[in-house]
Write a protein that binds this ligand. Sequence first.
Ligand SMILES: [Zn+2]
Length: 74
Amino acid sequence: MICPRCDSKNIELLTKAPVDDAWEVFICETCYFSWRSTEGENITNPEKYDQRFKLNPANFEKLDKIPPIPDFKK
Ligand SMILES: [Zn+2]
């Protein structure tokens, strides 16, 4: 399985339906995106996931911290 958002293969099963295995929830250990197995291909398929929202793990260290943490006051 591949993360729809960052294309990582580091995916874990987070939880599943309490009865009849109706759905599963997966989480990406790289970008922490999570999704249900029953969602549409626009969410579950890396090739059909909206390109505007894709993330490249190589850029994670450059992302801003939100909210920004100010310097200590003296
Ligand atoms: Zn990911």
